[in-house]
Write a protein that binds this ligand. Structure first.
Ligand code: GDP
Length: 318
C-alpha cells in the first residue's frame, strides 16, 4: 500500500476507529509486507479481550445467535468484535456480502466490529490468519471477540484452539445428545446451547446433554461443569443467560489458570505456523535458484548426500 502511514493507521486502530481496524485486518488477510510491523505495534496492547468461539453444524443458528449476542453484550456496555471465518471459501470477496448482511442490525454502532474472513488456500489457513485478526480486534479495545465459523467445514473444531470460551450450539433433532457424544463435541464445549427451543424435542436434548456432561465431569473431575442452556435465538430468548454464562466462564477461567493455559497453547501454535511459513518461503526463494542444480550435480556424483545438500540449501537461504 503505497503512501500508507502505518504508524498513523495503528494509532487510529488502537483508538477504536473502525476504518483503521478494517484496513489492518485486510493487511493481515493479505499477508502484506507490513504484517510484521503491524504485529509488533499491536502485541503490547493485547490480552484484554475475551475470545469466544461459537461452533455447531450449519443451520443450527450460529449467525442468528451471534447477532443476538452482540445486542445483549452491547446492552451491557461491552465493545464487541465478530470474526466470521469461512474455512470453505477461498474468496475474501465473500466478506463483503457477509459483512453487509451481518452489519444490518448493528450498522452505525461504533462499538461493534464485524469482519468476515475466508481462509481456504490462505497461507496457514485458520491457524495463521485468525489469531492475527484477533489481535487487531483485541488491541482495538474489544471486550469480547466472537469467532463464528460459516460455511461447511471440518475446521469447526479448529476454532476451539483459538478461544478462551467455546460455545457449542445444537438444535433438537439435528444433533441430539448421543450424536454430540459421537462427534466428540462434549469435550470441546465450555457452554452448550440448545437453540431452536421453540421446536419439539428441545427439552429432551437438554436433558440428555446434561446427563452426559455430568457423567463426563464425574469421570474427569474437572472443576467447571458446562451449563446447558436453551435459546430461541430468532427471538433473542435465552440470550441474556448465554451472556451471563460467558461472564461466569471468564471469571472461572481467569481464576483457575485455564485461560492462561489455553492462551499459551494458542500462541505456541501461532509461532509454529509463522515459523513453518517462513521455512516454506525460504525454500521457495532457493528453489529454482542457481544453487540447486549444482547441489543436485554433487549428489549425483556421489560427493554429497541429499540431506547434507538440503542443509546447505537452507543455510544459504538464511
Ligand atoms: P448457522 O448456519 O448456524 O449460522 O444458522 P443461521 O443463524 O443462519 O440459522 C439458520 C436458520 O435457522 C435461519 O433460517 C434462522 O432464521 C433459523 N433460526 C435461528 N434460530 C432459530 C430459533 O431459535 N428457532 C427457529 N425456529 N429457527 C431459528
Amino acid at each position: 500500500m503505497p503512501g500508507l502511514d502505518l504508524q498513523d493507521l495503528v494509532e487510529r486502530a488502537l483508538g477504536g476507529q473502525q476504518v483503521a481496524v478494517a484496513r489492518l485486518i485486510s493487511i493481515v488477510e493479505n499477508a502484506g509486507p507490513e504484517l510484521r510491523e503491524v504485529s509488533a505495534a499491536l502485541t503490547p496492547h493485547t490480552g484484554r479481550a475475551q475470545v469466544v468461539g461459537l461452533t455447531g453444524s450449519p443451520g443450527v443458528g450460529k449467525s442468528t445467535t451471534t447477532s443476538a449476542l452482540v445486542s445483549a453484550l452491547r446492552a451491557r456496555g461491552r465493545t464487541v468484535g465478530v470474526l466470521a471465518v469461512d474455512p470453505s471459501s477461498p474468496f475474501s470477496g465473500g466478506a463483503l456480502l457477509g459483512d453487509r448482511v451481518r452489519m444490518g442490525e448493528h450498522a452505525g454502532d461504533d462499538g461493534v466490529f464485524i469482519r468476515s474472513m475466508a481462509t481456504r488456500g490462505h497461507l496457514g489457513g485458520l491457524s495463521w490468519a485468525t489469531p492475527q485478526a484477533l489481535r487487531v480486534l483485541d488491541a482495538a479495545g474489544c471486550d469480547v471477540v466472537l469467532i463464528e465459523t460459516v460455511g461447511v467445514g471440518q475446521s469447526e473444531v479448529e476454532i476451539v484452539g483459538l478461544a478462551d470460551t467455546t460455545v457449542v450450539l445444537l438444535a433438537p433433532g439435528m444433533g441430539d445428545g448421543i450424536q454430540a457424544a459421537k462427534a466428540g463435541i462434549l469435550e470441546i464445549g465450555d457452554v452448550f446451547v440448545v437453540n431452536k427451543a421453540d421446536r419439539d424435542g428441545a427439552r429432551r436434548t437438554v436433558r440428555e446433554l446434561r446427563t452426559m456432561l455430568h457423567l463426563r465431569e464425574a469421570e474427569s473431575g474437572e472443576p467447571w461443569e458446562p451449563p446447558v442452556l436453551s435459546t430461541v435465538a430468532a427471538r433473542s430468548e435465552g440470550i441474556d443467560a448465554l451472556a451471563d454464562a460467558l461472564d461466569e466462564h471468564r471469571v472461572w477461567s481467569e481464576k483457575s489458570g485455564d485461560r492462561d493455559r489455553r492462551r499459551r497453547e494458542r500462541v505456541r501454535r501461532e509461532i509454529e505456523a509463522i515459523g513453518m511459513e517462513q521455512v516454506r518461503a525460504r525454500m521457495e526463494r532457493v528453489r529454482g535458484g542457481r544453487e540447486l542444480p549444482g547441489l543436485a550435480g554433487q549428489v549425483l556424483a556421489g560427493e554429497l548426500d541429499p540431506w547434507a545438500a538440503a542443509d546447505r540449501l537452507l543455510d544459504d537461504a538464511g
